[in-house]
Design a protein around this ligand. Structure first.
Ligand code: C2E
Ligand code: CA
Ligand code: CA
Ligand code: CA
Length: 279
């Protein structure tokens, strides 16, 4: 028994080491990834539920390493956040997405709204408002067509500086959506204090909406509460016709998910949009 205990301990430490080594390797590779042009952006369509029209694209970061392959955002985004690398990379994401979609509108496609995820760490830059403002000016992207997706933690931890930046965004005409809505905190009072314009119902609720009455009740109440607060409601992770019908019946405004399209690399997204808008 003593031996078994000892072996378990050794197994435990060596697996800890493996995790730590993977993490160190990813971190050092991430420090060079921007320069080496290993990041790319995927775009996932968002549609108006009533009209079926394409209205926006969520921008999602991908990392393709020549040796390590494709690493999931769930693994590398936390490292970018912990190291602060998300600050310069976040600027690259916004700038690249603005440039890319401006090119598309020059090809004759409608100027779509883009939804860009912001991490809490990006608010460490006191001048985040100006940084975003200059990217928009430089790329000629209409601020009204930019939506920033913010997780609830940003509102909960918010300093006066964060509040100032959010107000600055709104003054510029930028929209602010609460991402993963409903998963973070029980108190919703931040919806009164912060200038948000939309909530994005988390995919875990959407997933269960047709087989779990509690999830269905939650989604219904989120939609009606959001509408009373004059907020736009988007549901993410919509995969099935049944989920879509539930959301339509309860007057959700917009949808995003595999039912419409998976996130797509730029070229495929352009092709997808052309065939979708021709329909
Ligand atoms: P998120 O912002 O909640 O993004 C939605 C995630 O759901 C994406 O995963 C997307 O690919 C996935 N998804 C979309 N439709 C469906 C569906 O119908 N069913 C299911 N099961 N999943 C769906 P992804 O791209 O792996 O990103 C994971 C997370 O990484 C994002 O969650 C976001 O928190 C973070 N992330 C991704 N790109 C960025 C970025 O550019 N900046 C920052 N700060 N975070 C990012
Ligand atoms: Ca998001
Ligand atoms: Ca989300
Ligand atoms: Ca999420």
């Amino acid at each position: 028994a003593k031996n078994a205990g000892k072996n378990r301990f050794e197994f435990f430490t060596s697996s800890m080491t493996e995790t730590a080594m993977r993490r160190m390797e990813l971190e050092s590779q991430l420090r060079q990834a921007l320069e080496r042009q290993e990041f790319l952006l995927y775009y996932q369509p968002q549609a108006d539920l009533k009209t079926g029209q394409l209205i926006g694209l969520e921008v999602l970061l991908r990392w393709q390493h020549p040796k390590l392959g494709v690493i999931s955002p769930g693994e590398f985004i936390p490292i970018l956040e912990e190291t602060g690398l998300i600050v310069p990379i976040g600027e690259w994401i916004l700038k690249t997405a603005c440039q890319q979609t401006t090119q598309w509108s020059e090809l004759g496609l409608p100027q779509l709204r883009i939804a860009v995820n912001l991490s809490a760490r990006q608010f460490d830059r006191q001048d985040l408002g100006q940084v975003v403002g200059s990217i928009l000016a430089e790329t000629g992207f209409d601020p009204q067509q930019l939506e920033l997706e913010l997780t609830e933690s940003i509102f909960i931890e918010a300093s006066q500086n964060t509040l100032d930046i959010l107000n600055e965004f709104r003054r510029m005409g930028i929209r602010l959506a609460v991402d993963d809505f409903g998963t973070g905190y029980s108190s919703l009072s931040y919806l009164r204090r912060f200038p948000v314009t939309a909530v994005k119902i988390d995919q875990s609720f959407v997933f269960s909406v047709t087989n779990d009455p509690d999830a269905a009740a939650l989604v219904r109440s989120i939609i009606s509460m959001a509408h009373e607060l004059r907020l736009n409601v988007i549901a993410e992770g919509v995969e099935t016709e049944a989920q879509l019908e539930f959301l339509a019946q309860h007057r959700c405004d917009e949808i995003q998910g595999f039912h419409l399209s998976k996130p797509l690399p730029a070229e495929s997204c352009l092709a997808w949009m052309k065939s979708f808008t021709e329909k």
